[in-house]
Design a protein around this ligand. Structure first.
Ligand code: PLP
Length: 377
């Protein structure tokens, strides 16, 4: 049996999404910039997708720009904030995704970076954020909505209100929360948010950037006039249709599905705790996305050993973050959380396609592995 518990890294494309995309590889293949029928049909489909996405987020269609996903969108925001909006200081946290941290570091000649304090379990210290904001410099605040490794949720409204008070721009990386949490961009004071279809059962390489009408940026990619001159290059037509459909399905199911996924996570965690003594949560269990559970194991158990052996049994999970895997250094997120030395960690992340039976099997396998390890000492 194959069991996939790495849904924060990427998700399988939903069958309905694939079905919606297929005609755009064959019959409806037109270039949206062409003025003939094929092109007009493609263009109309893209504009329809933009409208639907804007409606789900409660913003104007003109504020949605299609991109290749979270990384490109974050690069656009941070570059644009520096070069177009005159931002000279960024307030962020040490546990942001590398698409934010590395982009900011690449601009070190023009951008000063201040990191907000985090509590022991990784939550933003809002009092410290206000203190940093009060210095009055032209600032972009970059704080992610939910962390991709530990799932902690940041209160976007609270950060947005502080940014409003101190006249700072606010970018929240919402890649992990689109379709998982509701949005109302008329209420939440945020200038930029981002989405990536492959995190919610859509295709890879398709995403969007929301840019509030009073914070429009200039392009990073130059060429044709696609995406109202913001992002040159022939549109990823089938990808955009897949993004739209995945988001429609995601939000249609969200109210019912999120409590079910949370129930899976609670069930799994209780079972892990009962069967494998010494397990601890990384992050804030009470304030985290239902789909992410990051746990550490007692000293002496190697996370890589467990993940590799789970893999041999057909079970996919992640030792740290997928984006950082393959790099020799460990997770920059866990490094900030004071996980005691010697404890290694695994991130399990769930989706609508997981079942309790699968989770029972995973706990059984983990137990077997830990017993084997003990008896081989
Ligand atoms: N931001 C977060 C929080 C993520 O988890 C990821 C992907 O892992 C990204 C950004 C990058 O998104 P993409 O894969 O669309 O470039």
């Amino acid at each position: 049996m194959k069991i996939y518990l790495d849904n924060a890294a990427t998700t399988p494309v939903a069958p309905e999404v694939l079905e919606a995309m297929l005609p755009y590889f064959s019959r409806k293949f037109g270039n949206p910039s062409s003025i003939h029928q094929y092109g007009r049909e493609a263009k109309a489909a893209i504009e329809q997708a933009r409208k639907h996405i804007a409606k789900m987020l409660n913003c104007a269609p003109a504020e949605i720009f299609f991109t290749s996903g979270g990384t490109e969108s974050a690069n656009l925001v941070i570059h644009g904030a520096v070069y177009d909006l005159g931002v000279t200081r960024m307030i962020t946290s040490k546990i942001e995704h590398h698409c934010v941290l590395h982009t900011a570091e690449s601009l070190f000649r023009r951008l000063r970076i201040d990191c907000v304090f985090l509590g022991e379990n990784g939550n933003v210290d809002y009092a410290h954020l206000e203190k940093l904001l009060s210095s009055g410099e032209k600032t972009l605040v970059c704080l992610m909505h939910a962390n991709n490794e530990i799932g902690n949720i940041t209160d976007m409204d609270r950060v947005g209100e502080l940014c409003k008070k101190y006249k700072a721009y606010f970018f929240s990386d919402t890649v992990q929360t689109i379709t998982h949490l509701p949005f109302d961009l008329q209420k939440t004071p945020v200038h930029f948010i981002t989405g990536s279809a492959h995190k919610f059962h859509g295709p890879k390489g398709a995403g969007f950037l929301y840019m509030r009408s009073d914070a429009m940026l200039k392009p990073m990619l130059h060429g044709g006039s696609q995406e109202r001159n913001l992002r040159a290059g022939t549109e990823n037509l089938a990808g955009i249709i897949g993004l739209e459909m995945a988001m429609i399905i995601g939000y249609a199911l969200s109210k019912k599905e999120q409590p079910e996924i949370k129930e899976l996570k609670n069930y799994f965690f209780q079972k892990l705790k009962n069967e494998l003594p010494g397990i601890r949560v990384n992050g804030d269990f009470e304030n985290s996305l239902p789909k992410i559970l990051n746990v550490s194991f007692p000293p002496g158990v190697q996370g890589d050993y467990l993940v590799q052996n789970l893999d041999i049994s057909g079970i996919a999970a992640s030792a740290g973050s997928a984006c950082a895997s393959g790099s020799a250094t460990g997770s920059h997120v866990l490094a900030e959380l004071n996980v005691p030395e010697g404890r290694s960690s695994i991130r399990f992340s769930f989706s609508r396609y997981n079942t309790k039976e699968e989770l029972d099997e995973v706990v059984g396998k983990l137990k077997e592995m830990m017993q084997q390890k003990d008896s081989s000492r």
